[in-house]
Design a protein around this ligand. Sequence first.
Ligand code: ARG
Length: 460
Amino acid sequence: PSSLSSGGRFSEPTDAFVEAFTASVSFDQRLYRQDIQGSIAHASMLAEVGVLSSDERDAIIQGLTEIREEIEKGHFTWSVSQEDVHMNIEAALTAKIGITGKKLHTGRSRNDQVATDIRLYLRDEIDVIAAELTRLQQGLIDLASREADTIMPGFTHLQTAQPVTFGHHLLAWNEMLQRDYERLMDTRKRVNLSPLGAAALAGTTYPIDRAMTARLLGFERPTENSLDSVSDRDFAIEFCSFASLLLMHLSRMSEELILWTSAQFNFIDLPDRFCTGSSIMPQKKNPDVPELVRGKSGRVYGHLMSLLTLMKSQPLAYNKDNQEDKEPLFDTLDTVQGCLRAFADMVPALEPKREAMREAARRGFATATDLADYLVRKGLPFRDAHEVVGQSVAYGVAEGKDLSEMSLGELQQFSASISEDVFEVLTLEGSVAARDHLGGTAPGQVRAAAERARLHLQSR
Ligand code: ARG
């Protein structure tokens, strides 16, 4: 029988299956550190306002500190009959220090306690994730500035469109991650508020000091409304929403890495340590890490849906449904950390195959738009220029020649406006160098953008 249903109101013990079914200790024990941190702040505040004596406070803090050490050394026995992390620790405290342990829960409920624990836990994890995201961005920016001159085909519809630089492509990835970082920091603001003191739902009759516990726990300030405080899980949903966008981005990057490592693209080499072989096909080297990251987007989107659905019909204030918030949130945290670590380790190790990238851009008539722009400068309306270049490309396809490989005479079949200076715009280098404005792919612009991005990271 659980300690909460063995005495007082209950005339029979909880059914053994129900006890196991309703328990959360198997997964919420990972909140132990934050639970103890919250309890120490609560006890300190109770002593400050005169609800506990300073001896009682000291005994509680001493007991909780010992319990934390026991848990960390693996000497603590978690018990399903104590339901959750909160009851397990409180029971252990009372076993250790006696009657004073029973006073810890004065002016508090597990409802505000668990909301406090999750916020503290998530805040700590957000800080770890922010550092890892920064490490990944750093790696991307460094690689981008090294590859500011490397030419590759840019794509639309996965068909060769115009030449770009590899550095420019990498900085596009960085922009996605930059927005993710900003969303994470914005989420953190709403995570970092203290619900402690809301008690079960209505507040408490004790003269508590919520500003003090908020301060002791490093929260920005206390939350406003007790009913909302114990029932709000928006912050967890926001985090999963951040995580879903991040995983969507990592999945898109993964998809490109997977394509690029294929023999058909052959744009990059992924070091062996990020790949595995096949049990049957001896030639295989599979890009497992990006494939797995792409696949993991599924579970993260799923967790976002779980939490939205969990919350959608709950009346105020706390409901036991909320116990279901933890597994989706924890798995999202683990998944995000794993994927970011994999990417932050992998990105600096990417080996671009510059010749193959350049050759792919050359083969794909990637400078056709440059030829059209050239004709516009010679006085043709753009639509007519588009037509002329279309004919030149059709000729090139038939003859197996890229535009830059045609003679002046061949090109002049399509327009008399073409002269010797056309070859400057038909080179890949000329094409990328010409897109020389903010946000463009010219190597100078890419280097400047990488520099701005680097300074931005330093200011975090
Ligand atoms: N284990 C519970 C949870 O995770 C703690 C709060 C329980 N409160 C209650 N009144 N049953 O949400």
